[in-house]
Write a protein that binds this ligand. Structure first.
Ligand code: HC0
Ligand code: SF4
Length: 576
């Protein structure tokens, strides 16, 4: 340990840490912009490019002004964060960023969520003394998931680190110099022509609106106002534990009942839960796993509910496309059943049904348009909006969300289990599959349904699950960099696993890029995760194969899990 002083506070801190890290111990806030260092969420960026964290050293032998994020402490160091010089330097860094930034906060999609805007306020910026060269790059709206507005790029490089170092996708890099500089795909090709997975980690970390989702709320309002359309909505597992944040509620507040009421008041003709699709997925995926084990077919099986992960394997490991499960993802399964079984039951022409999915994800927007997931040229899911877009619609509708009473999801297709809720956090899909596979393989009742080894925020989790005489080796990877490690093992023939869950977002869907921005606060994501497990514990039925409506669906319509009709409707293939 060494001794340092921050402002007037004496501290004993470990050698090798930065001034910024030491400042947390001193209870002093040093503002940052480009910097990210969140182990649990795999969010990193240490480019020291913004110079917003400048502090002053009281040391005649050294530079006076240094960036706190990359300057290591030394014994006897005296730091001041509150001198006129330090405050002016920080303010000037923000002023310079603003000197060529578009002045359109009122209409910006990040208004009140923008970190640059918040810093300008925090640092008391009241004038911009310099006029920089304004750029007028066209917006890249080529993809169904992500909009790139290079004019708002402040070159902090967070997205680049997220895409290349954490996700190992290698799509984004710096282009141009000076005022012309921005981050984009190589040669600035349209996003849709790149190998982007739409994982959205770049959107998750972008401090401004240089990278945002494609907004689809107007399409939903149009459908809701079309008297000829029967508009139904499904909500992903992770929405219920995060939406409340956008209405001032504590992170981790479970708002399932209010969410359903809000959607009913907005005029949806049916309000459903993607959890039903998740239970259906487990029926198919567990049956597929057992089929592969019993018939010596390809192992491990890889879950494929995450569409960004599917694009990753298609682009980066096309030779392994026979490895993932062939199940469609839960929300696509739900859409398929809505436009077949539900349409028949209700006597509605499927062409007049509009299925809206509310997802914490941007890749789901592109997934819904994939040709192999449509039927006879029609989409199974028509519109995908994020948690943030739903909150915007609730506000537009003038609904006081926090004052709403609770309601139940509609029926049929409304019954769900604890197994399907936990899909929303990394490890949940495979835990849900194990609850069913255990009982199907052994014929015995599984008493303790909680597989602790598969829980937590680690990027790679490994476990051995004893199922009767058999030991199943399971892995869970979240974050595409971790997925790459797992896939390399499979490619080299070194994988010892029977089943592997992969999610593109570190932590799973609760931390998806369509969720309320957590602004680097990992505690928010942990609270959402606890809420997911709490919701599971509250459910009377916690195993997918005990969902009575699912069993009825098989009995009346689908036949056997992994059978002929289930194959036709619920399975797909992948393209290199
Ligand atoms: Fe997920 Fe899903 S759990 S991907 O994380 O599998 O987006 O919440 O809706 O489809 O169910 C996201 C969340 C889903 C799907 C489910 C899966
Ligand atoms: Fe990279 Fe993911 Fe962003 Fe695409 S969505 S550019 S893969 S971080």
């Amino acid at each position: 340990m060494i001794k340092i002083k921050i402002n007037d506070e004496e501290l004993r801190v470990p050698e090798g840490i930065t001034i910024l890290e030491a400042s947390h111990e001193a209870g002093v806030r040093i503002p940052t912009l480009c910097h990210l260092d969140l182990h649990d969420l795999q969010l990193y960026n240490k480019t020291a490019s913004c110079r917003v964290c400048m502090v002053e050293l009281d040391d005649p032998m050294r530079n006076k002004l240094v960036p706190a994020c990359v300057t290591e402490v030394y014994d006897g160091m005296k730091v001041r964060t509150d001198t006129l010089r330090a405050i002016t330097a920080r303010r000037m860094a923000v002023e310079l960023l603003l000197s060529n930034h578009p002045n359109e906060c009122f209409t910006c999609p990040k208004n009140l969520e923008c970190e640059l805007q918040a810093l300008a306020e925090e640092l008391n910026v009241r004038e911009i003394r310099w006029e920089g060269e304004r750029m007028n790059y066209p917006k890249d709206t080529s993809s169904d998931a992500i909009v790139k507005d290079a004019n708002k790029c402040i070159y902090c490089r967070r997205c680049e680190t997220g895409c290349n170092v954490v996700q190992t996708c290698g799509i984004l890099s710096g282009i141009g110099r000076g005022f012309h500089a921005f981050v984009g795909p190589f040669f600035n090709i349209p996003m849709v022509e790149s190998s982007c997975t739409y994982c959205g980690q770049c959107v998750q970390v972008c401090p401004t609106a240089a990278l945002t989702e494609v907004f689809h709320t107007d399409k939903v309002w149009e459908a809701l106002n079309d008297p000829d359309k029967h508009v139904i909505v499904q909500t992903a597992p992770a929405i219920r534990v995060a939406l409340g944040e956008l209405f001032g509620m504590e992170p981790g507040t479970i708002v399932t009942g209010k969410l359903v009421t809000a959607l009913k008041r907005m005029g949806f003709d049916g309000v459903f839960d993607t959890d039903f699709g998740a239970d259906l997925t487990i029926m198919e995926e567990a049956a597929e796993l057992i089929y592969r084990i019993e018939n010596n077919k390809t192992l491990p099986i890889l879950t494929n509910c995450c569409p960004a992960w599917v694009k990753f394997i298609e682009h980066q490991f096309p030779e392994l496309l026979h490895v993932p499960s062939t199940c469609k993802s839960p929300h696509i399964m739900f859409g398929t059943i809505a436009k077949t079984y539900y349409a028949e039951k209700k006597g509605i022409d499927p062409d007049n049904i509009v299925v809206v999915s509310v997802m914490p994800c941007l890749a789901k927007k592109a997934e819904a348009k994939r040709p192999e997931l449509t039927k006879d040229g029609h989409n199974n899911v028509d519109i995908v909006i994020t948690t943030r877009e739903l909150a915007a619609m609730i506000k537009e509708a003038g609904i006081k969300f926090d004052a709403l009473p609770d309601s139940e999801y509609d029926k049929p297709l409304g019954e769900t289990t604890g197994a399907s809720v936990i899909f929303g956090t990394a490890g949940g899909v495979i835990e849900a599959a194990m609850r069913t596979a255990y009982e199907w393989m052994t014929g015995e009742k599984l008493e303790n349904v909680e597989f602790e080894q598969l829980r937590g925020m680690d990027g790679i989790k490994k476990a051995t699950v004893k199922i009767g005489e058999k030991e199943l080796k399971i892995a869970v990877a979240s974050g595409l960099g971790n997925a790459r490690k797992i896939l390399e093992e499979i490619r080299e023939g070194k994988s010892e696993y029977h089943a592997i869950e992969i999610m593109a977002c570190p932590g799973g869907c609760i931390a998806g890029p369509g969720q309320p921005y957590h602004h680097g606060n990992a505690e928010i994501v942990k609270k959402r995760q606890q809420a997911i497990y709490e919701e599971d514990r509250r459910k009377k039925v916690r195993k997918s194969h005990e969902n009575k409506e699912i069993l009825e669906l098989y009995e009346k319509y689908l036949g056997k899990p992994f059978g002929e009709k289930a194959h036709e409707l619920l399975h797909t293939h992948f393209e290199a």
